[in-house]
Every structure is written in structure tokens, then in C-alpha cells.
Design a protein around this ligand. Structure first.
Ligand code: SER
Length: 588
């Protein structure tokens, strides 16, 4: 049975039992700030458990089923073994105030044994044993027994193993029952009975809910009788295209590369770009880790590109967003490799030097910070390299080095804006101020891209004119004429265009010319400003104004390439005055 047949069988099985098929949500959660990335199928359904939203109204049923794209950073260190991944697909069925434990367990058991034809001899299950707060799940034990599972195959376990949720700080949660095949956890059935408040107290939900999750890769491994998830049809073509010998170190390296290449492609397709914060940092960490393993394996520069292409080829039928974002994926991979390759070599040498000098086998916080700041080594990578050589990082030293740096940065900002008590920090503030200037330049170039992107998306409907612009080190503000509120789709489109131009790392040019020529060539000018006869024009993408993406009369300053901007994010769109919209955006 192919993995695609498994996906289809799962959806059909639950559809036949009254579930509405709901597409996967994005890996970047749209309405849930409690987590950076989507880690579970239930996330998009959170408001249906609490009763905030009505499933019958939105889905025509109290039950849904999905194949959800998920990402878990918590499993990054285990990736490379038999069954752990960072990105995976989760098969799940959900009920919001509809059926509860009995049906959920029966559905799951019949799917495993009858549809997937996995022998019950290979299975055992677990249930919640109870504690001072939540009682033993005797109801589930009874249902399993009725299905013919012997008592010794029903294991009772505590909170650690058999209680799930919430995602993030608060949300639905409850006891679970899990199905294991050949000792591998395949399916987690969560019985949502409680709402966990931010102070961690549990409050009974008004309606019971079901949230199940089964890793497609693990199920496929069992069904296809593969020794690991990497030998299933979800991975084999990728693994086989990476030359390696069948020895432990190489097998692990290749699996990590395959996982990270696949995960990165899916992240980029859902709008994540490498950066130093948030989801962008996770993507950067994955790519840089994969690049490092590629270097260890002596692979050619750009080895990740054909692998990313392979991922797109393999998955584009089920996930058309990969095909749509193919160019973005390949560009991101290429640029990140360009950025990191040189630094990896220099940073590794520096790290080797540090390691050679230390007899206590501990890397100091300051040294770890230096590697992080000078070479863009994600901290986890320093930790990993250190561990391979039997070293540890002084974690509290690293934390205080990091905090010291943050305080210096803050002091610099306060100084500029009239803060007090920063005299001793003057020198360091100066350094920071040069960073501020750079930040303003990044936002300024982003403003030019935004201006053009607004024209691209809205220009056909009404005349769009710049009505104002204001930049602080924290954000840009751009006012423009437009008669109505923008739709979320339009905002997303504009944001995506700007990010696409950033990913392409376009060069920024500056040239002097007569005002007349500049206007004739279509350079944008701000009508409120009086320009001299000779003007300066900034163009992005090409020095030839007729080919450039953006061109504006402007005195600068700007950065040299759009890639320096980082990730662009619109944070607000509002009315500024009649017929004028105001947008605020940040770069990360
Ligand atoms: N939310 C549970 C999990 O992620 C079941 O879907 O394991």
C-alpha cells in the first residue's frame, strides 16, 4: 500500500462515518500566537472545543478529519533514528461535543486492524492511570477489554505519557489512550475534557472533545514493513539520491539531511523565510544544520538544491503549494548556503581553536556568544559540535552573555531617544547606533519595495500615491491614497511580494540624473516634496530604470541588497484620513 493510498483510506474511512474532510492548515499558525509553528492537527480546531465556534455551522458536522502538516522542534535531536522527524504529516479525526471515548477507540482499532490489516498480536495500548487531580480512565479500559484486548496489553501510565495538551500556554487538554505497534507509538487518542488555564489549573470543558493524531510516516513504516521511516515511499527516493555508505554515521547524517531538506521546503512553501527570530530562526537552524552535515559528508556546494527539487517533485501532487513556491524554496536554500558556507568554515576553525585550548571541556558563555554573533552559528549547532567532541557549553554563562548584549542594545536605543543613566555604556552605544542606522536603512529599502508592491496589487483599481512615510528603528509607516480598507488577502499578497523580492536578494543601485529623465523613466516621486533639477534615483533589481523592480527619487540611505532586510511583516493597516490608508510594518 502506498502512503497516498493510506492518506486516502484514512480520509474516506472517517468521511464514511460522518466526518467532514478539512484541509491541512498552514505550518505558520494564522490565528494562534501561542505557538511558533503548527505542531498538531487539533490546533486549527481549538475554538471548536471551547464552544467559541460552532462546528456544525462551519463544517456541517460535529466531526472532522484531516491530514495535517506538523512541525516539532522538540524532536530535532532524535531525528535520524527509526521514527523521529521534525516535519511530519498527522492523520487525525476530531469530535466537538459529538462522539467520545467509546467510538473514538472503536474507530481507531478497526482502522488499524481491518483497514490497515495490522495484526492485533503486534499491538498494545496505554491509558491514563489517574492522579490526585484527574481520575483513572476506567471507561477506556472497559472499551479496550470489550474489543478483546487482554488486560496485560493495556498499560496504565501517568501524566508524562498519557495526558496531552495544551498547545502553548492554555487550551483544551485531557487524558489519552495510545496504540503501539511493534513497540512504536502509532496513534494518540486524546479525550479533551478540560481547559488548562495559564496558571495550569484545569477547568472542565462544557462539551467533551476528541482529538486524535497518527503519524503518517510511522503508520507507513508499519504497513510497508520498512525497518525505519526513511525506507518508506515518503523518504526512500530522497535517501537514495544522496550518496552514502551503509555505516552508522553516514546513515544518520543522510537521514538528518533528508528530514531537514523536506521540512525546509514545506516551511518556505507556507511563507517562512530564514531570519534570526521566531519561525524564521527555526528554518535557518534546519538549513544550517543540514549544510553542516553536507560538509561533513564532503558533498559539493549547493548539494541541497537537487534534494529540495526532489522534495517538490515527490510531494507536489498532494501539496501544490510546493510547486507554486518552487522558486522561493530553491532560492532560499541557495542563499542560505551562500551565506553560511564561508562562516561555517571560519567558525568551525575558531571553535576547534577554543576546544583545543580548554582542558576543562567547557566552552565559556562568552566564547559561545562570539561564535554565534560573528559566524551566525545557531547556538544549538555549537552545542552539537561541542557534544561530539565531549564538551559542554556553560549554559548560564551563555545566557548572561546574551542578556548583556541585549541590555547594551536597549541602552543604545534609550540613549538615542533621551533615556537616562547610560553614560558608562557610551562606547557600546555607539556601536549599537551604527546598527540602528543600518536598521533604518533596511526599513527604508523595505518601504520602496512596499510602495511598488502596493502598486502591483492595488494599482489597477485606483490611483495609488504616496502620502507620507516615517521610519524609526522599530518600524516603517507608509501612507498612501486608496479609497477602501484592504482585504486580508491583499495584505498577504503585498507582504508576500515584498518577501519574495527580499529572498531574491536584489541589488540596490543609486544614480544621479535630471529630474525630467527620472520622471520620464517612471521613477516614483513624492508630490509633497520639492526636488532640485538634478536628483538621486534609487532602483532595485537593475541599474537600468526600465528593467528595475522599483525606482524612486530618494536621498537614501539604503542597504546594498534586499536580502539584508530580513523578513518583512505588515503589522497594521488602518485609515489615516479620508481616502488615505496607513500601513505599519516591521522587519525581523
Ligand atoms: N494532539 C495530539 C497529538 O498531537 C493528538 O492529535 O499527539
Amino acid at each position: 500500500m502506498t502512503s497516498q493510498e493510506i492518506r486516502e483510506k484514512f480520509l474516506k474511512y472517517f468521511k464514511d462515518r460522518g466526518h467532514t474532510i478539512v484541509p491541512s492548515s498552514l505550518l505558520l499558525p494564522e490565528n494562534d500566537s501561542s505557538v511558533l509553528l503548527t505542531t498538531a492537527g487539533m490546533q486549527q480546531f481549538k475554538p471548536y472545543y471551547t464552544g467559541e465556534k460552532d462546528a456544525v455551522r462551519d463544517f456541517g458536522a460535529r466531526q472532522t478529519v484531516s491530514v495535517q502538516k506538523c512541525f516539532r522542534t522538540s524532536d530535532i535531536d532524535e531525528t535520524g533514528d527509526q521514527s523521529h522527524l521534525t516535519f511530519f504529516e498527522m492523520l487525525g479525526n476530531f469530535s466537538f461535543g459529538g462522539y467520545f471515548k467509546k467510538e473514538a477507540i472503536e474507530y481507531a482499532w478497526k482502522f488499524i486492524t481491518e483497514e490497515m490489516k495490522i495484526s492485533s498480536d503486534r499491538c498494545y495500548v496505554s491509558v491514563f492511570e489517574g492522579d490526585g487531580e484527574v481520575p483513572e480512565d476506567s471507561e477506556s479500559i472497559t472499551v479496550w477489554k470489550e474489543l478483546g484486548i487482554a488486560g496485560d496489553k493495556i498499560q496504565k501510565r501517568g501524566r508524562e505519557d498519557n495526558f496531552w495538551g495544551p498547545t502553548g500556554n492554555e487550551g483544551p487538554c485531557g487524558p489519552t489512550s495510545e496504540i503501539y505497534v511493534d513497540g512504536v507509538e502509532i496513534w494518540n487518542l486524546v479525550f479533551n475534557q478540560y481547559y488548562c488555564r495559564p496558571d495550569k489549573t484545569l477547568e472542565p470543558l462544557k462539551q467533551n472533545g476528541i482529538d486524535t493524531g497518527m503519524g503518517l510516516e510511522r503508520l507507513t513504516m508499519i504497513v510497508q514493513d520498512a525497518p525505519t521511516i526513511f525506507e518508506t515511499d515518503l523518504f526512500l527516493p530522497i535517501i537514495q539520491s544522496i550518496p552514502h555508505r551503509d555505516i552508522e554515521n553516514e546513515t544518520r547524517a543522510v537521514r538528518i539531511i533528508a528530514d531537514h531538506a523536506r521540512a525546509s521546503a514545506f516551511l518556505v512553501a507556507d511563507g517562512v523565510f530564514p531570519s534570526n527570530v521566531g519561525a524564521g530562526y527555526i528554518l535557518r537552524r534546519l538549513l544550517r544544520r543540514a549544510i553542516r552535515y553536507g560538509k561533513i559528508m564532503n558533498f559539493d556546494k549547493n548539494f541541497l538544491i537537487p534534494l529540495s527539487e526532489k522534495v517538490v517533485e515527490m510531494y507536489k501532487k498532494q501539496y501544490p503549494e510546493l510547486a507554486a513556491k518552487r522558486e522561493d524554496i530553491l532560492t532560499v536554500v541557495q542563499k542560505e548556503e551562500e551565506k553560511f558556507s564561508g562562516a561555517l568554515e571560519k567558525g568551525s576553525k575558531e571553535l576547534e581553536k577554543i576546544l583545543a585550548e580548554k582542558s576543562d571541556k567547557i566552552i565559556s558563555g562568552d566564547d559561545a556568544f562570539k561564535i554565534y554573533e560573528s559566524y551566525g552559528f545557531p547556538m544549538e549547532l555549537t552545542r552539537e559540535i561541542a557534544a561530539e567532541k565531549g564538551f559542554a557549553v556553560d549554559e548560564s554563562g551563555w545566557e548572561s552573555a546574551f542578556k548583556k548584549h541585549q541590555e547594551i542594545s536597549r541602552a543604545g536605543v534609550e540613549k538615542k531617544f533621551g533615556g537616562h543613566g547610560v553614560n558608562e555604556q557610551t562606547l557600546k552605544s555607539e556601536i549599537h547606533n551604527s546598527k540602528e542606522i543600518k536598521q533604518i536603512a533596511r526599513l527604508h529599502t523595505a518601504t520602496h519595495l512596499l510602495h511598488q508592491a502596493i502598486h502591483d496589487v492595488l494599482g489597477h483599481e485606483a490611483e495609488v500615491r504616496q502620502m507620507g512615510s516615517d521610519i524609526t528603528p522599530d518600524r516603517l509607516r507608509f501612507d498612501f491614497s486608496f479609497p477602501r480598507r484592504l482585504t486580508p488577502e491583499e495584505m498577504k499578497k503585498i507582504e508576500n511580494i515584498v518577501n519574495e523580492k527580499i529572498t531574491l536578494d536584489l541589488p540596490v543601485y543609486s544614480a544621479k540624473m535630471s529630474k525630467e529623465d527620472a520622471i520620464r523613466m517612471g521613477a516614483r516621486a513624492f508630490f509633497k516634496e520639492k526636488y532640485p533639477d538634478e536628483v538621486n534615483v534609487y532602483s532595485i533589481g537593475d541599474p537600468d530604470l526600465s528593467k528595475a523592480y522599483s525606482k524612486e527619487l530618494c536621498g537614501g540611505p539604503h542597504i546594498a541588497r534586499t536580502g539584508e532586510i530580513g523578513r518583512f511583516k505588515i503589522i497594521k493597516e488602518e485609515s489615516s484620513s479620508a481616502g488615505v490608508r496607513r500601513m505599519k510594518a516591521i522587519v525581523e
